[in-house]
Design a protein around this ligand. Structure first.
Ligand code: AMP
Ligand code: MG
Length: 409
């Protein structure tokens, strides 16, 4: 078991110890916001035939060279074709075919005149303007060519992606499975939210914070509930839940207190402990283990510490595990709006809100930074990474930030 490792070492270790999620075929109805596990090549042209983008008359442009408002050209109507029908006749010189939007353009025609630029009479149409070949003419494959690489492996399928699949007649696609992430809190003090608080007890907020954030990451959280600080009871629940889930997140009990039993529990369960404690504050007490090839990530019970470990460690792992590359956090620089009085002997993670003004980004730090504070997470949309050995921070100083928004698609 490694201990007191850097965040980056912990991230690398997790990714090297576990295989990412597998794949499954799903109907395109269920593929929305899922990660594609295959490249998609267009099986057909889109549109599949030359078609009219307007209601009008399909004709030869060469027939319109003399046409004008004052001296219309008369063409004989040979056929009428609506969307969904297919024209039988070929358009020859001095003839035209009445055509509706979306209908196939008949052979022989090279343009379509809008109905508004014509008048129809006794089997003839009068053309009031000149047209060029290709005018109001939608070519087969002009949107998507057969064989074109339309969607790529690892793309997150948004509404337009699903629409493109539908336009090609593709009913199913191969996507990566959504990981089932079981969330179990531990602690004698934790009270279900629908019960009256007794002295010394608190409500179980982490179960919700962590569960909902996992949902925002596109995972399938399984909210297990709470277990008391008790080794045998915990072992039973952990084995039961991990048999069903892909990943287990436990909350609480990973520090050094008398009731911090999670390390013992992991040993008792038969899990291999990979590391304990990461060099950052908050979020130092975090334990990672492996049970039958499945990851168990044990976070501190302190609400902000749990959330920060979730953003910086678990999220990075899930990006890899679930092929959700959009979850990878990027470092950027921003300017501090307010100061932070304490020096940072150890690597410190501060919560903040990034606001854009002009082309610069500014960070308003939250006012309460202790690991037990939950309220400051609500408006927090970024974390500031303060390296060990940094003196107090001044307003106007540039800092390294991780923006926390999830893009999805
Ligand atoms: P622990 O990590 O178990 O030592 O807990 C650290 C602090 O977080 C203690 O004040 C706990 O009462 C609190 N805490 C632990 N688990 C939760 C939870 N699920 N929801 C809210 N607070 C918690
Ligand atoms: Mg505890």
């Amino acid at each position: 078991m490694k201990t007191k490792i850097s965040l980056e070492e912990a991230q690398t270790m997790l990714k090297s110890c576990f295989k990412p999620t597998g794949t499954e075929r799903v109907s395109i109805f269920n593929a929305h916001q899922r990660v594609l596990a295959q490249d998609i090549l267009a099986p057909i042209d889109q549109p599949p035939f030359d078609r009219s983008p307007v209601d009008g008359y399909a004709m030869k442009a060469s027939d319109s060279t003399e046409a004008g408002k004052e001296h219309p050209v008369k063409l004989q109507l040979i056929e009428e074709v609506c969307a969904g029908q297919f024209p039988e006749k070929e358009v020859a010189e001095k003839t035209a075919c009445r055509i509706m939007t979306g209908a196939p353009i008949p052979r022989g025609a090279d343009c379509v005149i809008r109905q508004e630029e014509t008048s129809e009479n006794n089997g003839y149409v009068e053309i009031h303007m000149q047209l060029l070949a290709g005018e109001n003419y939608c070519y087969q494959g002009e949107d998507i060519k057969k064989g074109e690489h339309i969607l790529k492996k690892d793309d997150i399928l948004n509404y337009a992606g699903i629409g493109i699949l539908a336009s090609m007649g593709i009913t199913e696609v191969l996507v990566y499975k959504i990981p089932k992430v079981a969330v179990l809190s531990t602690g004698d003090e934790l009270t279900p939210i629908d019960e009256k608080l007794q002295p010394g007890k608190i409500y179980n907020s982490n179960l919700f914070t962590i569960g909902m954030r996992l949902k925002e990451f596109g995972m399938e959280p399984v909210i297990v509930g709470n277990v008391a600080d008790h080794i045998e009871e915990s072992c039973l629940i952990i084995k039961e839940e991990l048999a069903k889930a892909d990943i287990l997140i436990t909350i609480g009990g990973v520090s050094v207190g008398k009731k911090d039993l999670v390390k013992e529990i992991m040993k008792e369960v038969g899990a291999d402990i990979l590391f304990w404690k990461v060099n950052m504050k908050p979020g130092t007490p975090v334990l990672a283990s492996s049970w039958k090839g499945k990851p168990i990530l044990s976070l501190s019970g302190n609400p902000a510490a749990a959330s920060i470990s979730l953003e910086l460690l678990v999220r990075d792992f899930l990006a890899y595990y679930a092929h959700r590359h959009d979850l990878e956090l990027e470092k950027s620089e921003a300017i501090l709006e307010n100061s932070f009085a304490k020096e940072s002997k150890r690597r410190r993670i501060l919560r903040g809100r990034v606001v854009k003004r002009g082309k610069d980004e500014f960070i308003e730090l939250v006012d309460k930074h202790s690991p037990g504070v939950l309220s400051s997470l609500y408006r927090c949309n970024c974390l500031v990474d303060v390296p060990a050995g940094t003196p107090a921070l001044d307003k106007g100083q540039s800092v390294t930030v991780y923006k926390l928004q999830t893009t999805g698609s």
